[in-house]
Write a protein that binds this ligand. Structure first.
Ligand SMILES: Nc1ncnc2c1ncn2[C@@H]1O[C@H](COP(=O)(O)OP(=O)(O)OP(=O)(O)O)[C@@H](O)[C@H]1O
Ligand SMILES: [Mg+2]
Length: 242
């Protein structure tokens, strides 16, 4: 399969030669992963996240545009979600909040293949972290994890983001990670996020006739539910940390 890059956006951290090198690496890696499926870092409803071989620091979130288009068409995804938008949010969110870790974005590649598939990729920092979804599925929590501080920081972060008009809109176990070394929270997956002006509703999207087109879950309420489910899972003792 032959891949061709259509466009790219580089973060300031990656420039010139390094950028060219990363592009080359991503393409090589992409050719490889199309023929194997055994070392995924994670998977969501729109994307697969792969480590970038030979790189300690980077991973790539691969979004198959056909899958995305299908989801737009059957209404399970509003047509706002795109890797470019997610990339922009990653950059902005990092400036707004230091309370939680946010993956550093590096570049977006928009790739056409000779089989007419359209793949879009975000290259970003590879997190040494596990998701709360992993924890619910039995993964042990890092030893520095502290339930109270963890959720306090997430709440503070959401507060800062909301003040800046940014709403995540997909707060769930699969999008909250725990950093392995520090036990600190990390918020990922800004693919459903929105930037709203004061007075606008961030969670209800209306069509041109004022009819409700889609509602999103409220960030703070969702975080409360995530916390409740984790508390129920762990009990109050937290003795299950590794
Ligand atoms: N930067 C990263 N480093 C390491 N693992 C990651 C990274 N980003 C995502 N992952 C893993 O991949 C999984 C899927 O990623 P992500 O949530 O971004 O995909 P998605 O398809 O947008 O998900 P959703 O179904 O929530 O829309 C995450 O739950 C996480 O386990
Ligand atoms: Mg996700």
């Amino acid at each position: 399969m032959k891949f061709e890059i259509e466009n790219k956006i580089a973060s300031p951290e990656i420039q010139g030669e390094i950028l060219a090198l990363e592009e080359e690496r991503v393409l090589r890696e992409l050719e490889e992963i199309t023929s194997q499926t055994n070392h995924l870092l994670g998977e969501g409803k729109t994307a697969e996240v792969w480590p970038l071989k030979g790189s300690e620091m980077l991973c790539m979130k691969v979004v198959d545009s056909d899958r995305l288009e299908n989801m737009y068409e059957n209404g399970s995804l509003p047509p706002f979600n795109s890797p470019e938008i997610e990339f922009d949010f990653l950059e902005r969110v990092k400036e707004v909040t230091q309370a939680v870790h946010i993956p550093v974005p590096h570049l977006v590649l928009n790739i056409h293949t000779d089989e007419d598939r359209h793949v879009r990729i975000i290259v970003m920092e590879k997190l040494k972290a596990i998701s709360l979804k992993d924890v619910h599925e039995g993964a042990p929590l890092p030893k520095n994890f502290n339930m109270t501080t963890f959720f306090a920081r997430l709440r503070a972060s959401l507060e800062q983001l909301h003040e800046a008009g940014i709403h995540h809109r997909d707060i769930a176990e699969s999008n909250i990670m725990v950093m392995e070394e520090t036990g600190d929270p990390c918020l990922i997956d800004f693919g459903d996020s929105a930037s709203v002006m004061e007075g606008e509703s961030p969670y209800t999207i209306r069509d041109d006739f004022g009819r409700v087109f889609r509602t999103y879950p409220n960030d703070k309420r969702s975080l409360g539910e995530v916390e409740k489910r984790l508390t129920a899972k762990l009990g109050t003792s937290l003795t299950k940390s590794k």
